[in-house]
Design a protein around this ligand. Sequence first.
Ligand code: CA
Length: 319
Amino acid sequence: MTEQLAPRRPPVVIAHRGASGYLPEHTLEAKALAHGQGADYLEQDVVASRDGRLFVLHDIELDRTTDVAERHPERCRADGRWYAIDFDARELRALRVTERLARDGTGARYPERFPVHTGNFRMHTLDEELEFIRGLNRATGRDVGIYPELKSPAWHRAQGIDLGAEVLACLERFGYARQGERVWLQCFDPEELRRLRDAGCRLPMVQLIAPLPEEQGQWPVGDPLSDAGLAALADTVQAVGPWLGHVLQDGQDTGFTARAHAAGLEVHPWTLRREELPAGWATFDGLLDALFGRVGVDGVFTDFPDLACAARVRSVAAG
Ligand code: CA
């Protein structure tokens, strides 16, 4: 007798840094918009300040998303970057957040998006964001989840901060340890996830997978794209977050999703951006429809939660 496969659940929509296609990433405004657009999870990237507070910020540096260079020209490190961990919470809150700047720090990373250096956007702590989401959930009657990422935990440890322990303590304060299905903990560093699992963390975890092995750091468990690597990961995590190119190449399903499913892992690829269609795709909707349809991913990280939610409605209607 063959084993009956459970019917797949509709894919989840993870608002990547909020509805960051429309508002500056990781602002509470971007989170509110994503919540209103129907996202299932709102993502938090987490870094620490000098005084040990947890802030929601994608880079460990400040200069591509704030006015720090203008405000504190003397406080860049030798590499020409300004680091969040060199500033106290009070100083971080005083910065103005901008739509993401290009790598050379001048124009916009995404010229079609919210204008750079406009609006009165501010940084906030992880506590503040979790309180904000709790309030939105209460006011709307929805139960939107959270999807925190531990940013560079080994680097933070070298700076004297145990980021994983601090984030888990914060989630515990907000009751997420008791709401397993509404939280995913994500990280690129497999050793950090293993360490937290061994220390008794019971939250669902996502192992992120970078485009190139050298971008990932050391893999204690072999190539994460191989069947053996996926099976080893399944001892620690419940899902993988692969780079989109690991899932689709030149418009074709690579087979990675089916292999991860065979290892018992969900697949949440990143990052779906309307302005960055991979080779082989004519439209963003066509890309989303393929991922939710024939590829059968379990969720997507996207800067455009509204478009992914619309694609999910189409995929459910198509059966
Ligand atoms: Ca992230």
